[in-house]
Design a protein around this ligand. Structure first.
Ligand code: ADP
Ligand code: MG
Length: 657
């Protein structure tokens, strides 16, 4: 039958820069089940190094180690973590309790890495009772004395009912009275059959043990058992223990994942201000993207709505280059349209259903003591039906009014609101550029097209506009309604030829341009596309900046919590467990930042729509995308710190100051 623990000619050498320290120089030792061993010796003699190897916190450079006959050297890191979790309990001189958690959470911590389901509060409280701390259950480690903290650490070591307790100077930080209490607890555990291996340099403490091993300069000097305390091998219960099975179970399975999420949020909340500041970049980025996308989407939809109401077989003829709209190309380069042009176009019978000339300008409108500036359009009779501008309150112009340059006006709802408030404008007299006009109708509300208010308009007869108000003898443009949608190309060519002929222009002259609605639609959608691209890059930049902030905080957090990581590894956390813990934490931060950002963005867009009257549409896709992106940012920027944490060696992490 194999011994419980057996090491044969074990060496351990530390490298410190160029020099080496031979901490263990050929140690051989067998420990049977149920023994209480004290390892003694001067400081630096290799006691801790030996204990760490026995406890699987460290591996020998040379030599063999067997547990119940299983070769430890061939085990993977994760298998060793599984063994630590199932077989060993650790008690350290520095207690190594996690300050954020209350003592019950500290005690049940090893269960997170056990792969077992349940909350294990009962087990934790039970072990706390065993060490006499049942009255301190709601306390955090900071609220306890040193002796009490060490008792919590013992309760944690006991929570998984380990076979062996490893204790490195368990009373090193305690006074005599507390030391005695801790030793009594260990003695009682030994009486129950636990194997205890303890490092100490104090004789009084070693007194409690039944076997004392002394070391000097990395070798064993003496190894003596108290009289009558030879471990009878028959007394040791034969324990079937599946070493390799201890490491089974994936990280995502079991109760682990929920445990990690709970702990991640505990840690985020423990540093509220810092967490908030580090997610600020992501929060602001997501909020602005959500708000901008809602505005963009709203603008797009209202533009489309308007285009639909205008009819799809509409052409707009304007003077000036198609490339530089409205910009003058020098004298004579701009075609000047007049009414004969409109008549000629209107007489293209099979192709054109209607044609109407318009003239544009700015009107200064005065009513009583209020005045308002708005876009002024001189329109022909057919404009009303062609552009869906026939008032539902009041009436459209008559042909005579247009012919005889009548001073009548139709005003948009924004103008009504600004000048008349709640009173009825019909029949009232307003001044447009100092000329008296009578209001005969209110143009149907159209809302916004992008940032442009389509209701901030004044319509007057085209002749009135040209000859009385704006003093122009040519038109700004001509609207044409094509007889049927499939004649659009043909009509454009015919009109183009007509204009070139009438104005004696060269072929391919760009002193005028003809647009159809599909072109206008295309232009608008390319504008919105450019806008989305711009917004997208703003979002990307802020997510990258936010992500770097998260990474920075996570790296600080890994460094700050190195000892915590060491402790978690000691009690059985595997690489993936640590990695996942930190990833969950960074993703938790970015996603909560993202969610707050989404709410803020929706709030901003609602405020804009309420106060500025812009139409906003928050698409569910933008919300889903924002959430997904913030989660991805968390994963991407959390990965490196998480790996860094996971790669730490348990002993080195525990020693970190
Ligand atoms: P003890 O516990 O008996 O005081 P240790 O086992 O801690 O002794 O250390 C034995 C020797 O190894 C000491 O000289 C110590 O400085 C050295 N040592 C221990 N751990 C490390 C380490 N991680 N890196 C470098 N040297 C170490
Ligand atoms: Mg030591």
């Amino acid at each position: 039958m194999s011994s419980m623990l057996e090491i044969i000619d074990v060496h351990r050498t530390y490298l410190i820069g160029e020099s080496t320290v031979n901490a263990l120089r050929g140690v051989s030792l067998t420990i049977e089940q149920g023994e209480f061993v004290a390892i003694m010796g001067a400081s630096g003699s290799g006691k801790s190094s030996l204990l760490q190897i026995l406890g699987l916190l460290d591996n020998p450079d040379k030599g063999e180690y067997r547990i119940f006959g299983n070769n430890v050297n061939t085990m993977t890191e994760d298998e060793q973590a599984g063994v630590r979790n199932n077989v060993a309990g650790f008690v350290f001189q520095q207690f190594h309790l996690l300050k954020r958690m209350d003592i019950v959470d500290n005690v049940r911590l090893p269960y997170i890495y056990s792969g077992l389901k349940g909350n294990f509060r009962k087990e934790a409280i039970d072990r706390l009772k065993m060490v006499g701390l049942e009255h301190r259950i709601d306390h955090t480690p900071n609220q306890l004395s040193g002796g009490e903290q060490q008792r919590v650490a013992i309760a944690r070591a006991l929570v998984r009912d380990p076979l062996i307790i490893f204790a490195d100077e368990p009373t090193g930080n305690l006074d005599t009275k507390n030391s005695a209490e801790i030793m009594k607890i260990l003695q009682a555990l030994h009486a129950e059959g636990k194997t205890i291996i303890m490092v100490t340099h104090e004789n009084e403490i070693a007194e409690y043990a039944e076997r004392v091993i002394t070391m000097r300069d990395g070798v064993i000097l003496t190894d003596t058992r108290k009289q009558g305390k030879d471990p009878s091998i028959t007394a040791a219960k034969e324990l079937g223990f599946d070493i390799h099975g201890a490491a089974k179970g994936s990280t995502l399975q079991d109760g682990r994942f929920i445990g990690f999420i709970a702990q991640a949020f505990q840690s985020i909340l423990a540093n509220k201000m810092r967490s908030f500041l580090s997610v600020l970049g992501i929060l602001v980025g997501v909020a602005s993207v959500i708000a901008m996308m809602a505005l963009g989407e709203g603008a797009k939809v209202s533009m489309q709505e308007q285009l639909k109401s205008m009819g799809s077989n509409m052409l707009s003829i304007r003077a000036g280059s198609a490339k530089i709209r409205g910009a003058s190309q020098g004298a004579g380069a701009v075609a000047r349209f007049t009414f004969p042009d409109v008549d000629e176009i209107a007489s293209l019978h099979t192709l054109v259903k209607n044609a109407s000339g318009v003239v544009n300008g700015v009107g200064r409108i005065v009513y009583g003591n209020k005045n308002w500036s708005s876009s002024l359009t001189g329109v022909g009779y057919d404009y009303g039906t062609m552009r869906a501008s026939i008032p539902s309150i009041g009436r459209w112009f008559t042909r005579e009014e247009i012919q005889t340059r009548e001073k009548v006006a139709i005003i948009g709802v924004t103008v009504v609101k600004e000048l008349f408030g709640m009173t009825n404008p019909l029949g009232k007299t307003i001044k447009i550029n100092r000329i008296n006009f009578t209001v005969i109708g209110i143009a149907p509300a159209k809302g916004f097209s992008g940032p442009q208010d389509e209701d901030d308009i004044v319509l007057i007869p085209v002749n009135t506009a040209m000859y009385r108000v704006l003093g122009k003898n040519y038109l700004s443009g001509i609207f044409v309604e094509v007889a049927s949608p499939n004649l659009i190309e043909q009509t454009k060519n015919a009109i183009s030829a007509l204009i070139i002929k009438r104005h004696r222009l060269k072929e391919g002259d760009d002193s005028f341009n003809i647009r159809d609605m599909t072109e206008i639609q295309k232009m608008l959608s390319s504008t919105t596309q450019t806008m989305s691209l711009l917004l997208g890059s703003i979002a990307a930049i802020s997510l990258v900046v936010g992500g770097i902030g998260i990474m920075n905080i996570m790296l600080v957090s890994v460094t700050e919590r190195t000892r915590e990581i060491g402790l978690r590894k000691a009690i059985g956390a595997r690489k993936n467990d640590i990695m996942l813990q930190f990833l969950v934490e960074s993703v938790g931060m970015t996603v909560s930042g993202g969610l707050i950002g989404i709410m803020l963005g929706i709030a901003i867009s609602l405020i804009l729509s309420y106060f500025a009257g812009w139409s906003v549409i928050t698409s569910p896709i933008s919300v889903v995308l924002a959430t997904a992106f913030s989660a991805l940012t968390g994963i991407f920027f959390g990965l490196w710190p998480a790996r860094k944490a996971a790669e730490l060696k348990p002993v080195e992490a525990l020693r970190y100051e």
